[in-house]
Design a protein. Structure first.
Length: 273
């Protein structure tokens, strides 16, 4: 261990050697306590200063106290620098963890957003399908109602047409019956009128026949003075004279009646045509 130098070949300075020996003693003491003296927190480590203070107190008794104190300060500076670097690395690591966590959260949020968007898109598509189906159902219902209304209107028109036809047929039948009744009434009236006229004509004929007979008798009587005895006998025979006059009147009445009846029949046939 001591190969040269002042202390049997050792290259370390007496102050450095003394400091290292004291640190070794402090380390052993700390190890004996189960490591309770070791600071496990983050940031500045006060145990180094405690060890330095302890070493300073011990070095105050040594002739290398000043040199050993400087060596201790340098070592503590080196440790503090290393701890600062470790702290920077730790903080950088923590920041990286934060960034990774933020990135992971952002990715998760993005995935959630995508899932939400997909779900929302599916809901929108489903609502759109429902709306389209509802519109189709509404249009179909409107078509059905329109068809029903059209059928009702057509049925109403058919009924109106049937009623109109029946009305026309009934009116035609009434007109026919009325016309037949009118013709019948006119015919019966004409017949009755003709009968009345016939009776009047008969009375006129009888009156004319009577007048004619009286005129003939009067003429015969007046001509009796110029006619022979045969005529006187004829006139004296009442029955022969009456028969002759009746025959003459009957012939005249028959000719007149035939002429009058022919006129009535012609007018009746003309009215029927």
């Amino acid at each position: 261990m001591f190969g040269g130098g002042i202390f049997g070949g050792d290259n370390r300075s007496p102050a450095q050697k003394a400091v290292e020996d004291m640190q070794q003693d402090g380390s052993n003491a700390g190890g004996g306590d189960g490591g309770q003296g070791v600071y496990k927190g983050s940031g500045f480590d006060p145990t180094g200063l405690e060890r330095a203070a302890k070493a300073a107190r011990e070095l105050d008794k040594s002739k290398y106290a000043k040199e050993a104190f400087e060596v201790t300060l340098k070592q503590e500076d080196t440790k503090q620098q290393a701890m600062k670097e470790n702290m920077v690395k730790y903080q950088a690591h923590q920041e990286q963890l934060k960034l990774d966590r933020v990135k992971s959260e952002a990715e998760e949020a993005h995935r959630m957003m995508q899932a939400t968007t997909e779900e929302q898109k599916k809901r929108e598509e489903y609502r759109d399908q429902l709306e389209r189906k509802r519109q189709v159902d509404v249009l179909q219902a409107q078509r059905d109602l329109a068809d029903q209304e059209r059928q009702k209107q057509e049925e109403a028109l058919r009924k109106q047409e049937a009623i109109r036809r029946k009305t026309l047929e009934y009116e035609a039948e009434l007109r026919q019956q009325t016309e037949m009744a009118r013709v019948k009434a006119e015919t019966e009236g004409r017949i009755e009128q003709e009968r009345k006229n016939f009776d009047l004509h008969m009375q006129e004929l009888k009156s004319k026949a009577k007048e004619y007979r009286e005129t003939v008798l009067e003429s015969i009587k007046l001509a009796g003075t110029t006619i022979g005895a045969g005529i006187t006998d004829f006139l004296g025979d009442r029955e022969k004279m009456t028969a002759a006059v009746g025959t003459t009147v009957a012939l005249a009445f028959g000719v007149y009646t035939a002429r009058w009846s022919t006129g009535i029949a012609g007018r009746f046939i003309e009215s029927r045509l």
